[in-house]
Design a protein around this ligand. Structure first.
Ligand SMILES: NC(=O)c1ccc[n+]([C@@H]2O[C@H](COP(=O)([O-])OP(=O)(O)OC[C@H]3O[C@@H](n4cnc5c(N)ncnc54)[C@H](O)[C@@H]3O)[C@@H](O)[C@H]2O)c1
Length: 386
């Protein structure tokens, strides 16, 4: 039985608590913690949990309650400090996205996990969705051939008041706009599909609709990989309809989420055959239908995977190593967006952008944040399923 604690009992903690409660034979919630007095207690009552509540993570960790796993659901600026404290107490950690505010903090978290022999899981729950699970499996099969280009549409829409929440819309506390906080899901998927990071990144960014925020609300990046392939990423909170997609153009076929395969075959003059490559399309659709739907999806799917790893002493699918790669690519995108230059990866400890302070020093303040509210409305958040 894995004993889990949740630190930060705001919006996203519901997905963690509900995920944990899906597996009553495998785990139990033994503590909740939130710095806002009364907040963890309200959540405890809402779920009918029988556990103590705390206002400080260090008090929770020092209380003598056996805890195996800490879910870090605080705002991004507090991920590294809470996760490191928990790992120093010998706890495994599942940290929300983005892993931390900068590469240096991610590296410190990985170092702590290694020193204390604990698992550091990183939330990227959209891998546990049928369209992306299927896309990854079909790409891995090799049937579509090598990747030529990937088009990633991280297209979200958020109203003006979204950035009124106290920690959003600031470089210091939110760490960035949609390129970090929304496209983080797509960047994880891009890295998962590509199997590694690009060599070069170029980006343009702007803020066109949210003048109560320092950070960007729209960016467009292009990337070049060692094998010559290109990727393009649009990160936005100004896209009506929120039409998310990842389109992978391979040598033999286009495969994508949402699923809409295309496959051309050449006539003797190089132009595409009018009837396309029906044989390959039939095979692609057959493969897609043969992949069974996931039993658990989203956060619950990732929690199931992490619990299995803890039970069987293996690695979960998504770890801090994935988290740091995602933060590194996003940092490179910001570096290019702020400086107007093409950026070469990797970004090492000597790079000014390696630490959050360096990013903040170079950050373009598109607007100044004029409104700051402790909470927003009563509508609740939608979990970022793509
Ligand atoms: N995976 C997803 O789809 C998804 C969706 C939304 C948010 N998130 C991420 O989850 C995290 C939290 O987002 P949210 O929307 O739940 O925010 P939120 O503001 O609703 O909740 C965060 C909570 O953490 C508490 N907190 C802050 N610092 C703390 C500390 N040091 N110790 C204990 N509690 C602390 C706050 O009081 C608050 O209750 C962010 O990193 C965000 O990017 C992930």
């Amino acid at each position: 039985m894995i004993r889990a604690a949740v630190v930060g009992t705001g919006g996203i903690s519901n997905a963690h608590i509900q995920g944990l409660l899906t597996f009553p034979d495998r785990c139990r919630i033994v503590a909740l913690c939130d710095i806002v007095p009364g907040k963890a207690e309200a959540v405890r009552r809402r779920y009918g949990l029988d556990c103590p509540v705390f206002e400080k993570a260090e008090d929770m960790l020092d209380a003598g309650i056996p805890i195996d796993l800490v879910h870090v659901c605080t705002p991004p600026f507090a991920h590294a400090s809470v996760a490191i404290q928990a790992m120093e107490h010998g706890c495994h950690v599942l940290v929300e996205k983005p892993m931390a505010a900068g590469i240096s903090e991610c590296q410190a978290m990985l170092d702590t996990a290694r020193e204390h022999h604990v698992i550091l899981g990183q939330v990227a729950q959209n891998r546990f969705t049928d369209p992306y699970w299927r896309l990854h499996q079909i790409l891995q099969s090799g049937i579509a051939g090598k990747i030529c280009s990937v088009q990633v549409n991280s297209a979200w829409w958020r109203g003006h008041c979204y950035y009124d929440l106290w920690w959003r819309g600031t470089w210091e506390k939110e760490g960035g706009g949609p390129t970090l906080n929304h496209a983080v899901h797509h960047v994880d998927l891009l890295n998962w599909l590509e199997g590694g990071l690009p060599e070069k990144v170029a980006c343009l960014m702007t803020n066109v609709c949210h003048d109560n925020s320092e950070v960007e609300d729209l960016s467009m990046a292009v990337m070049k990989y060692a094998d010559g392939s290109l990727a393009q990423l649009t990160s936005s909170v100004v896209h009506h309809g929120e039409e998310q997609s990842i389109i992978v153009q391979c040598e033999h076929a286009k495969i994508s989420a949402p699923w809409d395969p295309k496959a051309e075959i050449s006539m003797d003059n190089g132009f595409p055959e009018e009837h396309h490559n029906q044989e390959l399309l039939t095979e692609l659709n057959r493969m897609a239908e043969a992949i069974p739907p996931l039993r658990y999806t989203g956060h619950t799917g990732e929690i199931d995977n992490l619990l299995t790893a803890l039970e069987q002493h293996t690695e979960p699918l998504i770890t801090g190593k994935d988290g740091i790669r995602t933060v590194e690519l996003i940092t490179a995108i910001y570096k290019s967006g702020f400086t107007g230059n093409m950026v070469t990866l990797p970004l090492g400890p000597d790079d000014d952008f390696y630490r959050p302070e360096g990013i903040q020093r170079h950050a373009v303040h598109f607007h100044e944040k004029t409104v700051s509210r402790e909470s927003l409305g009563k509508s609740g958040i939608r979990i970022e399923h793509i």
